[in-house]
Design a protein around this ligand. Structure first.
Ligand code: NAD
Ligand code: TYD
Length: 364
């Protein structure tokens, strides 16, 4: 039985991780620590809060006394660290938060873990750090995908802050013997993803009849990973991964952005044509009045420092830990679209609340 502290558990991947873990290991205790920034949503965890082995703590990973008290009071033996500022565009406009949360916050957690686990002689502790393939920088079209030994070359302030946090995690292993593992994964998609990221943005804007913004020429490539395949990878690393090691997790699904936007538009077109209820629910969607959502595609100014291509070689986690993603992009995107169609209230609340101002800023 494990006692887990999941940081950032009210965000996109953290929420999915909590449900994945509860389902698979119902005997484990889970404490979520989340500051509920614009990207965190406590309602995501309403089903988890019905369980006695779950607790939600509203707080900041930079609050070391709080983190230490959680580690002691809940006898935490495993930290799964998701909490971060995660959006590249926001990091370009305001990098300070990214340094504070991603670098200082990770360091605060490391200090608290080291102090508590070494004092309390928790011999079987584990600090698992969730990182990104963006630390490796940009690939050319004919480059080999990233491996765990690809040199770090982050482009955005977000990627640089994640790279810095990876180095700190590794340093705490080498210098102090903290039992750490790191995973660097590709672009996730799935339920609960905040609607500023490409796939949920395209789904919700197409349903609302709003522009589908494509940065630059739209030929940038991302390697898409269904969120529960990411969680499967983290699960394998926690159970079977070697302390001190890094594992890349990818979905083996390279697509250009413009192809993603066209594919999602076509899926929505088909769904709306097949289901008259959706016509009433989403009257502004072009498909509700005989048009194709692709008509909403709008080229916009490119992102500064935009990485051209990310791609993951997941050979190490596959051969050493038996990892194999359960979803193809075709099945994962269907599940995701279904979730967004079934959970309109969830995304409307987010879109009404905070981020329209942000979008305006973004397209200037
Ligand atoms: P998200 O932005 O959806 O959620 C982040 C969560 O962290 C939110 O709940 C937020 O409230 C919380 N948080 C932020 N600052 C905090 C602080 N100071 N203290 C406590 N909680 C805080 O992010 P996500 O997409 O779920 O990403 C989770 C992790 O996975 C991040 O570390 C990110 O770098 C990494 N990652 C994400 C992707 C992706 O495609 N989404 C890909 C690779 C890696
Ligand atoms: P995003 O979801 O922000 O993830 P990341 O920047 O971490 O890869 O963006 C995915 C890709 O889609 C990226 O190349 C930027 C592009 N993009 C658009 O073309 N339009 C958009 O509105 C957004 C949000 C992203």
């Amino acid at each position: 039985m494990k006692n887990l502290l999941v940081t950032g558990g009210a965000g996109f991947i953290g929420t999915n991780f909590v449900y994945y873990w509860m389902d698979k290991y119902p005997e484990d205790h889970i404490v979520v620590l989340d500051a509920l920034t614009y990207a965190g949503n406590k309602d995501n965890l309403s089903e988890a809060e019905k369980k006695s082995k779950f607790e939600f703590i509203h707080g900041d990973i930079r609050d070391q006394p709080l983190v230490e008290s959680l580690l002691v009071n809940h006898k935490i033996d495993t930290i799964v660290h998701f909490a971060a500022e995660s959006h590249v565009d926001r990091s370009i406009h305001g990098p300070d938060k990214f340094i504070n949360t991603n670098v200082v916050g990770t360091h605060t957690l490391l200090k608290a873990a080291k102090k508590n686990w070494f004092n309390e002689k928790f011999e079987n502790h584990r600090f698992h750090h969730i990182s990104t393939d963006e630390v490796y920088g940009s690939l050319k079209s004919d480059d080999q995908p990233f491996t765990e030994t690809t040199p770090y070359a982050p482009s955005s302030p977000y990627a640089a802050s994640k790279a810095a946090s990876d180095h700190l995690v590794r340093a705490y292993h080498k210098t102090y013997g903290l039992q750490v593992t790191i995973s660097n994964c590709s672009n996730n998609y799935g339920p609960y993803q905040f609607t500023e990221k490409l796939i949920p943005l395209i789904i919700t804007n197409a349903l609302n009849g709003k522009a589908l913004p494509v940065y630059g020429d739209g030929k940038q490539i991302r390697d898409w990973l269904y969120v529960d395949d990411h969680n499967l990878g983290v699960d394998l690393i926690l159970r079977k991964g070697k302390v001190g090691e890094t594992y890349n997790i990818g979905g083996n699904n390279e697509y250009t952005n413009i192809d993603i936007v066209k594919l999602v538009s076509s899926l929505i077109h088909r769904e709306v044509l097949q289901n008259k209820e959706l016509v009433n629910k989403f009257p502004n969607c072009p498909a509700a009045h005989g048009k194709h959502p692709e008509e909403l595609i709008t080229p916009v100014k490119d992102r500064a420092g935009h990485d051209r291509r990310y791609a993951i070689n997941a050979g190490k986690i596959s051969s050493e830990l038996g990892y194999s993603p359960g979803e193809s992009f075709e099945t994962g995107i269907q599940k995701t679209l279904k979730w967004f169609l079934d959970n309109e209230t969830w995304w409307r609340k987010i879109m009404d609340e905070s981020y329209n101002d942000w979008l305006n800023l973004n397209y200037d």
